[in-house]
Ligand binder design. Structure first.
Ligand SMILES: Cc1ncc(COP(=O)(O)O)c(C=O)c1O
Length: 454
């Protein structure tokens, strides 16, 4: 019988995170202070983050040791399994070999606790007792609520209104782990109240929810802000995924020709891909593919520019592909991919042609999700289903070219709390939205006059 799962023992858990900044051919450009236009220093960030995370944000060390206490919590679900998707290969009728790394086995159901646990740990060690954050799909909010509960911290979650309404059980999950949760925009912050006054019916966006969580943390000494994606230290924590996958692909006796992941802010994609991009920089031939929604096509159609990470311009200026900080993406069901920007490390690697990106319509993505569930069994999160569709497209193109490829993708989470989205798909109610050119031009006006990356 051929093997389906490749499993590592707990003793094989990677003990270091991989920092791609040490190997990048073009160093990422600095994050700027919006008032002075100068690079931000540790002191500028200290009101929001503990010093250890600020140091990881700017570290040039190729590897960062993972503290024992974090490894101990990781063993609740790590190492995660790597699967050969034989049944999917058959259902798709492809000659290519498809593998996937499954992060949905974590208690909250996605890759997000890999960084939530690390962030809660460093905050606690530096004396903070409360964290504030945003959440889109609810995966990040539940991951941080879970991590805070395990480490004994309070947690406040601002959940994008459309997801708050679409996913009542993510809310219940966040409450089960003891966190406070409100729909965003909310009445609890100044920027939330201002947005509600102007746009009372807004579905919300990650950009707005980030503004609220940052304002919350900046106003209280006991509170740090915690971000579930985009920042260098978040991507760093996720690299445990790709390091495990490297070992598991070796167990399977293969090396991927293609590595695929979905991209919201970029953390699950980077987590799987960066250890492979390290190999690519060292000379191996790998196609690294980032998959995003056509409704929020940050990497494929956004500008590489300096922009704010949030709608109310409370964050520093970040060099990234952006659709403009006041862009509110259409309410597609992949709530975790509705972000106007993307991680600067990924943006820079796209600029340097080490990563490429594609954008997909949601009915194609859901068709791929159902094909996957029907063959492999697991019901994927709509976000992760973008990577499934990207993988199937790679396999189809390889078949057409008469080639066989080995494709590895990240199944970043399960979709057990996304069944309303599946219901809409089965009822034929999903709208296929590709971002309109005029709306894109309008939204990009917001970054006029900001500094331009070198
Ligand atoms: C399951 C899942 N995958 C992917 C994402 C996108 O985030 P990121 O690009 O940071 O991995 C999310 C975000 O909420 C998610 O819940």
């Amino acid at each position: 019988m051929e093997q389906t799962k490749y499993l590592l023992d707990e003793s094989q858990l990677p003990r270091r995170w991989y920092n791609i900044r040490a190997d990048m051919p073009s160093p990422p450009q600095p994050v700027l202070h919006p008032g002075t236009g100068e690079p931000v220093g540790p002191d500028d960030l200290a009101p929001l983050f503990p010093m250890e995370l600020i140091m990881q944000e700017v570290s040039e060390e190729p590897e960062v040791a993972i503290p024992e206490e974090i490894l101990d919590i990781y063993t609740l679900w790590r190492p995660t399994p790597l699967y050969r998707a034989r049944r999917l290969e058959q259902a798709a009728g492809t000659r290519s070999r498809i593998f996937y790394k499954y992060e949905g086995v974590s208690p909250p159901g996605s890759h997000k606790p890999n960084t939530a646990v690390a962030q809660a740990f460093y905050n606690k060690r530096e004396g903070r007792t409360r964290l504030s954050t945003e959440t889109g799909a609810g995966q990040w909010g539940s991951a941080l609520a879970f991590a805070c509960k395990l480490l004994g911290l309070e947690c406040k979650v601002y959940m994008v209104r459309i997801s708050y309404d679409q996913k009542p059980f993510r809310r219940s999950m966040i409450q089960t782990w003891g966190a406070e949760i409100v729909p965003s925009p909310s009445e609890d912050t100044q920027c939330g109240r201002a947005i509600l006054e102007e746009f009372p019916d807004t579905p919300g966006s990650l950009g707005i929810a980030i503004s609220e969580a940052v304002e919350d943390a900046a106003g209280r000494d006991d509170t740090s802000y915690s971000l579930g994606s985009v920042l260098n230290h978040v991507l760093l924590h996720q690299t445990i995924i790709g390091q495990e996958a490297l070992a598991q692909m070796e167990m399977a006796g293969v090396f991927p020709d293609v590595v695929v992941g979905c991209v919201g802010g970029g953390s699950n994609f980077a987590g799987l891909a960066f250890p492979f991009v390290r190999e690519k920089i060292a000379g191996r031939d790998i196609d690294v593919l980032a998959c995003e929604p056509a409704a929020c096509p940050t990497l494929t159609r956004g500008l590489f520019a300096y922009d704010f990470g949030d709608t109310s311009k409370l964050t520093p200026l970040v060099p990234m592909h952006t659709l403009g900080h006041d862009f509110v993406p259409a309410p597609i069901h992949a709530g975790g991919l509705r972000y106007h920007g993307v991680a600067p490390l990924i943006s820079q690697l796209v600029q340097d042609d080490l990563i490429r990106a594609e954008a997909y319509l949601q009915s194609d993505v859901f068709a791929a999700a159902v094909l996957f569930a029907s063959s492999e069994g697991i019901i994927p999160a709509p976000e992760s289903a973008h990577a499934i569709y990207g993988t199937l497209e790679c396999a189809r193109k390889a078949d057409e070219a008469g080639e066989q490829r080995t494709i590895l993708f990240n199944l970043s989470g399960h979709g057990h709390f996304d069944m309303a989205a599946y219901d809409n798909y089965f009822a034929g109610k999903l709208e296929d939205v590709a971002l309109d050119e005029a709306e894109m031009e309008r939204a990009l006006h917001a970054i006029e006059g900001l500094p331009v990356p070198a």
